[in-house]
Design a protein around this ligand. Structure first.
Ligand code: URA
Length: 454
């Protein structure tokens, strides 16, 4: 096969800081996905991009080529607006669990294609797999049917979505090119856009337990992803949220499912409820704008028609906090779990062994480091080091206090849970320096730190 370009020229162009042309970008992604570009050459190009960056139009083309490397799902036959949320990942981040059924309970579709955890942040599928019988793998037909009936689906992303990303991500992982804003943004957005959602809300975390520890970098990543979404016709907004301390009081699979069910029952920790409600507000407003502009063709609702305006008005007036209180979101959760073979009433696993860590002093807890707590939970068996490892459903950590709380010395600070008692020592090591105390109360960091939209 005669190739239209020589990849060495493309590497040199980017190395020297030149803009890549649309046809160079389309070709390089297609040829690499189909194994006609050597790994060492793509590694060199990724490093050149890491160092030189991509301009907005180059990045859009790059993301578009990644989307075009596979299938793009289409929900044109379903009479619902599709909105989704993506989180860049954090410790104790179980928000997808209450948020997905909550949004579906307002008549919207949420095609939440998720992954398993790797390293110190947990994976949504691992959490749900602690529910007896629940199944992550759905065919496209099963997924479409569930979107039509229940509206909420959380399942494993099929291998047909953005296959270029799978290869590129694996290569970035071993070439020191993960932490590049254009490469992260195109990786996340290619999958989300290929998933076919009309509206997308991004939860971009910043703080020790996040991918982006600095607020400014999180803001830049969020802005870049919002622009990619807009340029591909997906209404995208982003919240920058705090990940300096774990979300909620639980870290670990079954432990987080229990806490999510508490939120769906109208209780749960204040920060989890707050973030769920704020993300829900964004998703409902995004859906309202989409109904106004695009209508819902499968329901016979035309753009800007009186019916579209009425629907949009209903979505804007919808009260997600109330839907957590009145059982509406819980009904939707039960239907979503049951549709995927799970028993929403089943008893969830508990770890066989626990160890309590007590507060070393009296005072206000001023910090509880998300990364250290995440690593400790991972070492207890809640996470995996390699893709093929199994996770323990019951392992993890239950916090008994959050920053801002007053503790007296000897009062329980957290409880470690694991099936393997030999793990406790390494979890303790991970927690060295994880907490700090002060004699005076201090203003807590807000959960939502900024909002980015276009
Ligand atoms: N998550 C992704 O999907 N891709 C990245 O590059 C980083 C986080």
């Amino acid at each position: 096969m005669t190739e239209p370009f020589d990849v060495v020229d493309i590497i040199i162009d980017k190395r020297d800081g030149h803009r890549l042309t649309p046809s160079q970008i389309d070709w390089v992604i297609e040829a690499y996905t189909n194994s006609r570009i050597a790994e060492e050459q793509m590694s060199a190009l990724l490093m050149a991009i890491f160092l030189r960056g991509l301009e907005r139009d180059e990045l859009n083309r790059w993301t578009g080529a990644m989307i075009a490397s596979g299938e793009r799902l289409n929900y044109a036959g379903i009479a619902k607006v599709m909105v989704d949320k993506h989180s860049t990942g954090g410790v104790g981040d179980k928000i997808t669990l209450p948020l997905t059924p909550l949004i579906a309970s307002f008549g919207l579709g949420v095609p939440q294609l998720s992954g398993r955890g790797l390293g110190h942040t947990g994976g949504t599928l691992d959490k749900l797999e602690s529910i007896p019988g629940w199944r992550a793998a759905l065919t496209n037909t099963e997924m479409m049917r569930q979107l039509e009936t229940v509206g909420a689906v959380i399942c494993q992303a099929g291998s047909g979505l953005a296959p270029a990303d799978r290869k590129l991500y694996a290569l970035r992982d071993v070439t020191g090119t993960v932490a590049s804003i254009p490469l992260i943004a195109s990786s996340i957005m290619s999958k989300k856009i290929a998933e076919g959602t009309a509206g997308l809300v991004l939860d971009v975390k910043s703080g020790s337990g996040a991918f982006m520890t600095e607020l400014d970098r999180a803001r830049e990543l969020a802005q870049t992803m919002v622009e990619i979404g807009a340029d591909h016709g997906v209404h995208t907004t982003a919240l920058i949220t705090d990940m300096s301390t774990p979300l909620g009081l639980t870290i670990g699979n079954a432990l987080e499912v229990r806490e999510s069910v508490e939120v769906l029952a109208g209780g749960g920790p204040a920060d989890v409820v707050e973030l769920t409600v704020q993300l829900a507000r964004e998703m409902l407003d995004s859906a309202a704008r989409i109904v106004e502009r695009e209508g819902i063709p499968a329901a016979g609702i035309r753009p800007a028609s009186a019916e579209a305006m009425q629907q949009a008005g209903r979505l804007r007036e919808a009260d997600p906090r109330e839907a957590l209180q009145n059982g509406q979101a819980m009904d939707s959760w039960r239907a979503m779990i049951a549709a995927q073979g799970g028993d929403p009433e089943a008893e969830l696993a508990w770890a066989r062994h626990t160890e309590v860590i007590s507060s070393p002093e009296s005072g206000y807890l001023t910090g509880l480091d998300a990364l250290k707590v995440g690593v400790a939970a991972w070492r207890l068996g809640a996470g995996r080091a390699r893709r093929e490892d199994a996770v323990q459903a019951g392992a993890g950590i239950v916090l008994h206090a959050k920053p801002g709380d007053f503790l007296t010395g000897g009062q329980p600070l957290m409880t470690l849970h694991s099936d393997t008692p030999t793990c406790f020592e390494r979890a303790h090591q991970a927690l060295v320096g994880a907490w700090s105390f002060a004699s005076q109360p201090f203003p807590p960091t807000p959960v939502v730190r900024a909002r980015i939209t276009m």
